[in-house]
Ligand binder design. Sequence first.
Ligand SMILES: [Mn+2]
Length: 322
Amino acid sequence: MISLDDAAEYLRRADDIVILSHQFPDGDTFGSAAALCMALQSMGKRAKTRCRHAVSAKYAFMFRGVKKQEFEPKTVVAVDVADIDLLGEPIREEYEGRVDLCIDHHAGNRTFAKYTYVDSTAAATTEIIYALITKLGAKITPEIAEAIYTGITTDTGCFKYTNATPRTYRIAACMMETGIDAAAINREMFDTKTRARLEMERRVLDSMNFYLDDRCAVVYILRDMIAESGACEDDLEGLAAIPRQIEGVLVGVTLREKKSGEYKVSLRTQEPVNAAQICALFDGGGHACAAGCTLPGPKEAATERIVAAIGAYLEQQKEDGR
Ligand SMILES: [Mn+2]
């Protein structure tokens, strides 16, 4: 672990920098990469971004101010990447043991880089990137401000989650002062859906079943459903949040069919149910309110196992008098 001053000093001396985002990219990992890349380029350095997945139409605006530069990287930086595996193949293989600096806000960062800076009180990695760019003395242009703002708004669910702090709002306010259209970004990130996304939501809702006196709702993301709706990976982001939105549901479960026939299980829970504890029973993990694990198919068997584990957990809590 190094300080943010050290990270800034390291970057000040560095050149020919490639900035890596995690696979299945979100607004924060892309916003961090785009903002840092533009700032480094403005300092006269060569910099570029890379990600296992292409920049989708939704996030493309953040990269408008990034100049295309081709070079052999001498410095490797990862942003919002908690674990080397999250780079995805073939990027992981290419950079394993070669990441010089990792800037992140995940408390569970696996410190795979030579130097790591983690601030788990930051709502988004872009909050840290803002501080870093300021330390580097680079100007926060409107293009950089848009990328930072997007990372903040997407990681806080449009300032809705408990991770949003007074500092989060202050940084967002500074970004707005550069003249960006924050409302337009919020609308694009939260109120605009593709037709394929809505077709997917329709199928997910249709697949819903209730268990354990309606305290548990289960939905499916099956390969057939994805094909029928024409959804791409981006269209599936956040679908796992749907079952827990229902009043009275303590545990929302999403089972996603994998090519291998296994199911990726995502749990979203309300207090006091700890999703990570339940997923740990199946070698999974995550946060208290959002966690995951993998179970073998068929889907009926996978459903039975996870619902039984949730039922046992709720029983135990009742006995413990919670
Ligand atoms: Mn993040």
